[in-house]
Write a protein that binds this ligand. Sequence first.
Ligand SMILES: N=CN[C@@H](CCC(=O)O)C(=O)O
Ligand SMILES: [Zn+2]
Length: 412
Amino acid sequence: MKLLLTHIKELLQVRENCPAKLSGEEMKVLPTLKNAWVFINHGVIEDYGTMDKMGPHQGFKTLDCSGKMVLPAWCDSHSHIVYAGNREQEFVDRINGLSYQEIAEKGGGIVNSAKKLQETSEEDLYHQSAARLEEVMRLGTGAIEIKSGYGLTTDAELKMLRVAKKLSEEYPITIKTTFLGAHAIPTEYKGNKDGYLDLLCNEMLPKIAEEKLADYVDIFCEEGYFSVADMERILSEGKKHNLIPKVHVNQFNSIGGIAAAVKHNALSVDHLEVLTDEDLEVLKNSITMPVALPSCSYFLSIPYTPGRKIIDAGLSLALATDYNPGSTPSGNMNFVVATACIKMRLTPEEAINAATINGAYAMGLSKTHGSITKGKMANLIITKEIPSYGYLPYAFGSNLIDSVIINGKEVK
Ligand SMILES: N=CN[C@@H](CCC(=O)O)C(=O)O
Ligand SMILES: [Zn+2]
């Protein structure tokens, strides 16, 4: 299908040669074209330019974008959207004074979600997850990473990843999948963490690799969950099955997980709400993308990842949702971008770069997603009529999206 967008007030993130990722000062720049057009052919951005130089494009479906901005769809590199039920009761418990960690110690938290998921059929899980996927597509997300980690048994972990695989087959959005069996120690293995790690390495990983269900391997490296040594074991084992590391680290404590992840050439380190100067130093000159999850900080009332400090140190930063039932029951990348500006002091340019080009990098999608570049996928957000792109994070609670195009087709 051929589609021509004309009279675009401002076309954002236009890059003839798009770098794989942006760091430090580079993040301050958001290249744009005013009064522009974009030509989409067979799901790909074929060409773009300014209205004064538009060639004949007769017979194509045309969308007049007067007064509107067009930008690449968001690249959400960290989500857990395949889950069952919700944890609304724990939300109320936290309001009444319990901490996230106290709830987990009482058998709530991740193992609570695992119990629900184990009792949910694959079909039901698919429908619950598909509703969330459709929701985030309408909110402008064009590529998303989905983790397992609410199964915690071989069957349930495989069920989660099969659901994610089916979603990628049924929907036009690009999906990358991550095996996060090491998300929490299941109740049956309480006091026997090594036994659970053996199960992950000897049974789950080989089956997941055999069915080609995951691109990445992840672990929650945190006090009370998994140690740095556990991380090293899982990442090494994952590598044997060609799974690239992407890890949860430094959410509550800095225990050396970042250095270990960098040593293992992790594609990303995610959370980083607690970040020491040594952690920051280790990230310099690495291929590892720091990923901030501001909606999680918002929901749990924990510190925000020091995004300003990370960028000022010359590093890259990506933004993602962390959409999950416990710490972030929201998949709204528009809110993430606004919150990064409001609470982490990113400029609108930095936040948009972090949620597009750098998000694509954190999913291994730099060549195909994250910018308006000829040959990249036609995954685009068309905004409502707005005064400027800074208005997107400024008017943080408003829905400013007019329509979303994924793979060249409008999302209904
Ligand atoms: N921190 C670890 N995992 C998830 C939340 C897990 C949960 O509470 O269900 C996260 O990234 O925030
Ligand atoms: Zn997460």
